[in-house]
Write a protein that binds this ligand. Structure first.
Ligand code: ATP
Ligand code: MG
Length: 414
């Protein structure tokens, strides 16, 4: 049995177990949507009439582990052998302020559907595999429509993050809203300033990887939403479809797309990219990967790297910033969109194909060898000599340890 089946079966088991105890329970939201689209859900959510306390008590008697992940909002997590299942008590909104909702627990699935964002996200599936649809979500799934549950204006003002969720689902599913909804979204865009940066970045991250990113991004720019979340960048010239696809095919679509948009807009100083990464609360790792685009661009703009060593060291730099293979899998696809860099990139690629083995091999001399051979005390000078040795090694000026030692003679302390 494949892994996704196991996760579904575990969620089904949990659902049946709660049902047997008298709590009406169904799969809800994204997992039902994805299953109907023939996709494997990223996670499974159950909606139930049990309160978190009742649910956790129930599973304790079943000898299963639960974690109170968001009990105030009605959620706990059940740890099943195949992974976690999120279980949430049916809810209805009591009040909303554009960012947070105060919720009350309920027992009505229709009310729970009414507080969800889009019709395609408001579907339930019971233990027999029957779909329960209070909002016409199945129809919208079939016709590829993104429609708010209820009145768009009201729903957006309850939680402005829904603006970004709209563009995110547009990008990831290729579904589209109607023109009127888009106007409403554009009118409400200023409300995004009230949403926490973490939530904004999370949506941007998911959106960047979507197969329909191009139209979603274009619409986001037209609606003035893009400049609300990325004011640093003004994409005057929209990237070509070929470029966007190339950026998305990298080892990190979000970092690459962001880098591509920044570079195209002239935002290419390390400091600017570091500041952007910090403002967006990106992880240190992603911030480093993003900032190195500026370094790489600058180095390549100096002209076609002059010798083999310079090209191989450039590749080492990419890998130090973003891991093995990151030149091909992250930097080249984005930097390749800059016409001026085509030659320099090609030179690096050819060098890697021909001489990359020199980078893979361990340098036959270590810092300790340098100390032993020269009589120097360990310190910066030893580092400099090692650097020179590496350059020479990369250029093919020496290959064996003996040859290296012979080269070191010049540095021997008298
Ligand atoms: P993903 O594939 O990213 O998990 P998802 O649709 O499952 O997509 P989640 O953020 O996991 O999205 O939320 C689960 C469900 O909760 C959604 O399908 C939707 O019904 C509801 N939901 C999530 N965020 C909101 C929101 N801001 N407003 C209204 N309903 C929401
Ligand atoms: Mg989900």
């Amino acid at each position: 049995m494949s892994a996704p089946d196991r996760r579904y079966n575990d969620a089904l088991k949990a659902m049946k177990s709660l049902e047997k105890a008298g709590y009406r329970t169904m799969m809800a939201g994204g997992c039902v949507r994805d299953r109907l689209l023939g996709k494997t859900p990223a996670d499974y959510d159950l909606a139930t009439t049990a309160t978190p306390e009742q649910g956790m008590l129930h599973f304790r008697t079943e000898k299963l582990t639960t974690v109170p992940t968001g009990v105030d909002h009605g959620t706990f997590t059940l740890l099943m052998p195949s992974g976690p299942v999120e279980i949430t008590t049916l809810r209805k909104d009591v009040s909303t302020d554009g960012r947070h909702a105060e919720v009350a627990f309920g027992t009505d699935f229709a009310e729970d559907a009414a507080r969800r964002d889009f019709t395609i996200n408001a579907l339930f599936e019971d233990a027999e595999g029957q779909i329960v649809d209070f909002v016409g979500g199945q129809n919208d799934l079939k016709s590829g429509v993104l429609r708010f549950v209820g009145e768009p204006e009201t729903r957006i003002h309850e939680d402005y993050l829904r603006i970004l969720r709209l563009f995110r689902f547009w990008s990831t599913l290729g579904f589209t809203p109607d023109a009127e909804t888009l106007v409403t979204v554009a009118d409400a865009r200023d409300g995004l300033a009230r949403i926490s940066q973490e939530r904004v970045t999370q949506e941007w991250w998911k959106m960047s990887a979507g197969p329909a990113l191009a139209p979603a991004l274009q619409a986001m720019i037209s609606a003035g939403v893009f400049r609300m979340i990325l004011p640093e960048v003004t994409p005057c010239v929209f990237p070509t479809l070929v470029d966007l696809k190339a950026w998305q095919s990298t080892l990190s679509a979000p970092v690459a797309v962001l880098a591509g948009l920044c570079l195209a807009d002239g935002l290419h100083e390390e400091a600017a990219l570091i500041a952007l990464a910090e403002r967006m609360r990106m992880s240190r790792h992603d911030g480093k990967r993003l900032a190195f685009f500026a370094t790489a661009r600058r180095q390549l703009l100096l002209g076609e790297p002059k010798d083999i060593a310079e090209r191989l060291l450039f590749l080492d730099g990419c890998e130090a910033a973003a891991g093995q293979g990151s030149f091909e899998k992250l930097y080249a696809p984005v930097l390749g969109s800059i016409t001026d860099l085509a030659h320099a990139l090609k030179a690096v690629q050819l060098t890697e194909a021909k001489f990359g083995h020199r980078r893979q091999a361990e340098l036959p001399l270590s810092g300790k060898d340098v100390v032993r051979q020269t009589g120097l005390t360990p310190g910066p000078e030893v580092g400099t000599i090692l650097g020179q040795l590496k350059r020479a090694y990369y250029n093919g000026e020496w290959t064996t340890k003996e040859q290296g030692i012979a080269l070191l003679a010049a540095h021997r302390k008298e």
